[in-house]
Design a protein around this ligand. Structure first.
Ligand SMILES: Cc1ncc(COP(=O)(O)O)c(C=O)c1O
Length: 386
């Protein structure tokens, strides 16, 4: 059997054709595919505005900058995430602080967040970045209630959670990225994610002024809109740089692939759910091996399937010898050498540390075959028997 990775993209002939069409056209970048993808995606997640960007990382950075973080200002986040989440604050010379995770969901513990804010000085924190880790949506309604009285903005790092949703207190399903409770949500289309554009990301928001600001910053802080000019135009070629921005644009080549991939999202999600159900059933009750708790109010879109094993390293090696490449996600951000130099958070994040000691992500992707799933569960069972 071929090696089984923990994640993999699915690209079909329709995707290839869509990309080739752009390659044969007059616009490889800044053409119609970008706006088409933005409209399709924001409508899929029920948000008013969508802004395609070169990566999820670029999206997080633009969000933090557009929300106006100033040097030295503090933002709260989780350490159980990819480094990009916290780095977005450091890019703006802000200060990061971490809240521990809930051991049942692996998401930021909102009870601990509430306690931390209750102890904080007025105005001490400016915002919070939460992560829908693995595809499990966080309770944004509860988060918004907690942070509202402290005046914090909310960024939802939804890089793992396209297609997830949760039921709010009125019983209404809220799609990840609809920004009903968050100021901004950010998605990634790296090939391990639900859909891919090669590299790429997208920001959603319902706040027009934030969207405009992020759109300006995405392209060097330059506007070509004469209605916005602050100086007199010199002629048809005239443009103005009004802020210090970046080149965080996504090309039409990437967006053509993303549009084509988005058409298949419901099939991708259904298969991921099927795989999770199979793992949940087959791996339940194994000694020294624990599955994540599920909650019918929080519909996971399963970017990852994370379990916990007391002898994780041995299991990881055992599976690897059998060509099954599970993965450990994540090494906590606060344990990275760069972050250790900033501050020692070790004693205040016990659940994040415990999680890291035992977490293992099993292969999860839409094209994982039935016989591969069977081999994975058989191998895990035989590991615990041997
Ligand atoms: C939780 C999280 N946030 C942000 C990112 C950054 O996304 P990108 O790789 O598109 O820059 C990732 C990517 O893996 C991620 O997993």
């Amino acid at each position: 059997m071929e090696p089984i990775p923990y994640a993999k993209q699915f690209v079909d002939e329709d995707d290839i054709e869509a990309v080739v069409k752009v390659l044969r056209s007059s616009h490889l970048t800044q053409g119609s595919k970008v706006t088409e993808f933005e409209a399709l995606f924001s409508s899929y997640v029920d948000a008013s505005y969508g802004l395609a960007v070169s990566s999820g990382t670029a999206g997080l950075h633009l969000a933090v900058k557009a929300l106006g973080l100033k040097p030295g200002e503090k933002v709260l986040t989780t350490s159980n995430t990819f480094v990009a989440t916290a780095n977005s604050v450091l890019y703006e010379k802000g200060q990061i602080d971490f809240v521990d995770i809930d051991p049942k969901t692996y998401l930021m513990d909102l009870g601990k967040l509430e306690e931390k804010l209750a102890r904080s000085k007025p105005g001490e924190f400016k915002g919070v970045i939460v992560v829908d880790f693995g595809g499990c949506p966080i309770d944004l309604e509860r988060l918004a209630k907690i942070t509202h009285k402290f005046g914090l903005w909310i960024i939802e790092d939804a890089c793992h959670a396209l297609g997830a949703r949760f039921q709010d207190s009125k019983g209404v399903w809220q799609k990840t990225g609809n920004c009903k409770f968050a100021d901004v949500s950010v998605f990634s289309f790296h090939p391990v994610k639900h859909i891919t554009s090669g590299e790429g990301g997208l920001i959603t928001t319902n706040r027009k002024e934030l969207f405009d600001k992020m759109a300006l910053l995405r392209s060097h802080g330059i506007t070509k809109d004469s209605a916005l000019f602050t100086q007199e135009s010199h002629g048809g070629w005239y443009y103005e740089m009004q802020d210090l921005g970046y080149n965080y644009r996504l090309s039409d080549i990437n967006c053509a692939l993303a549009c084509s991939q988005l058409k298949k999202i419901d099939t991708f999600l259904a298969r991921r759910k099927e795989i999770a159900k199979f793992y949940n059933t087959e791996l339940k009750g194994l000694k020294n091996f624990f599955l994540a708790e599920t909650n019918p109010r929080f519909e996971n879109s399963y970017h990852l399937y994370v379990c916990r094993a007391t002898n994780r390293k041995a299991l990881y090696d055992y599976l690897r010898e059998r060509n099954i490449f599970s993965q450990v996600l994540y090494i906590p951000v606060h344990q990275q050498p760069y972050y250790r130099k900033i501050h020692n958070w070790n004693d205040v994040l016990p659940e994040t540390n415990k999680y890291y000691e035992s977490a293992l992500a099993l292969p999860m992707y839409a094209t994982l075959k039935d016989e591969e799933m069977q081999l994975i569960v058989d191998s895990i069972k035989s590991f615990y028997r041997s």
